[in-house]
Design a protein around this ligand. Sequence first.
Ligand SMILES: *[C@@H]1O[C@H](CO)[C@@H](O)[C@H](O)[C@H]1NC(C)=O
Ligand SMILES: *[C@@H]1O[C@H](CO)[C@@H](O)[C@H](O)[C@H]1NC(C)=O
Ligand SMILES: *[C@@H]1O[C@H](CO)[C@@H](O)[C@H](O)[C@H]1NC(C)=O
Length: 449
Amino acid sequence: MAAGRALGLGPLLLLSLWGASAPASLLRRLGEHVRRLRDSSSPGPNPGPAAAALPAEGWLQQALDPFNASDGRSFLQRYWVNDRHWASRDGPVFLHLGGEGSLGPGAVMRGHPAALAPAWGALVIGLEHRFYGLSIPAGGLDTAQLRFLSSRHALADVVSARLALSRLLNVSSSSPWVCFGGSYAGSLAAWARLKFPHLIFAAVASSAPVRAVLDFSAYNEVVSRSLTSTAIGGSPECWAAASSAFAEVARRLRAGEAARAALRAELGACASLDRAEDRAELLGALQALVGGAVQYDGQAGAPLSVRRLCGLLQARGNGSRLAPYRGLRQAVQVVLHGLGQKCLSFSRAETVAQLRVTEPQVSSVGDRQWLYQTCTEFGFWDADPWHVLSVTQALGPSVSALLIPSASHCLDMAPERPSDSPNLRLGRQSIFQQLRTWLRVDTRIRAGL
Ligand SMILES: *[C@@H]1O[C@H](CO)[C@@H](O)[C@H](O)[C@H]1NC(C)=O
Ligand SMILES: *[C@@H]1O[C@H](CO)[C@@H](O)[C@H](O)[C@H]1NC(C)=O
Ligand SMILES: *[C@@H]1O[C@H](CO)[C@@H](O)[C@H](O)[C@H]1NC(C)=O
């Protein structure tokens, strides 16, 4: 078969990779919130006994340094197995890769890979990324230790996990393994297929930003365009209202101490705006709030959709010039409430202090680790929606690409919902069809036809 079956999906409005500053961490908190809700939500309207039977977690012993044969140190990597659809040991294996955060049993029970499994009698496996969640090597997150954290290490883990789990679970050597992933994990899925075609049969890469850029201002352009998109509740007027709200915040920031104190109270900010660096962070936090509305538009658990944000920004009120600014203030309250936060945090000193903590944090979204990876590998740290970095046009007959109109970041990977748009349904269907074509060809080859 032809090489490179990496399916690069680039939904219209995507992204998920953030830097380390407070605004970025607001985005990461939003991401964590959406993921947690997805993992804990019941798979359907009638959870029944099936929902209670979550798969147990397993632990694989992996080499800490897979590139140095004389280094015998190892760490334990967490994985989950859902074998309830697994029809035979020759069936395909869907390997759901974790990215820059913890993974959970939801990875093998809910979402697109699990939803696709019954059609092929597939085994579903979820693998947590090294250094995130509980798959953290002894020694914690010290900088000396973080040199064992990179996409190259993660790919080596995929290979050894694939070999070890084949043996452990008695998967047939002819079973095709298909990697799935969203965002950074989507990039890993595509790279795993490209680098190890003899082990990974195909990849479905959702919202995968596979191109690295240093100055990623294109993110904001996508956010802007999305605010004008009528398909998701935006309009040119909404975009204009957002601009006007931001201009008002900037005006108040410049207008001296009294105006800043009033702004602080009006926005429900945690601390004073005396420092220039904190004022910059505040603007970034507000930008992340708008970016987050776009990034997680329409996703279960997202506190603010584009439609709702635009509704708030464009509330006519008294026709006042300040109406958009008031709308933005309300949007801040909606997001804080959704995240269970009392006030809007943007202290740079506090953020830096948090990033210095080398003790692993159980519930952590992995800010320190991800900052390290973005700085040493990807250069995404100027915190800016991401399909511009993905592959949205087919690269050949065996590398298909799919752009799902008006779908937010990695939305195709989420569990199906009655509210899903026709485009999203069509998108998932075309992934199904593409897999069917590949897996059918594979079956024919294996049968020697
Ligand atoms: C490989 O591991 C050995 C044993 O821990 C160590 O002495 C050596 O410095 C390592 N080499 C590199 C290139 O890291
Ligand atoms: C693995 O599957 C093969 C074929 O069905 C079977 O003969 C063998 O006993 C199995 N091995 C284990 C350890 O279950
Ligand atoms: C109209 O203006 C008044 C006075 O400024 C204000 O208290 C009220 O909240 C405004 N109404 C709306 C719907 O914004």
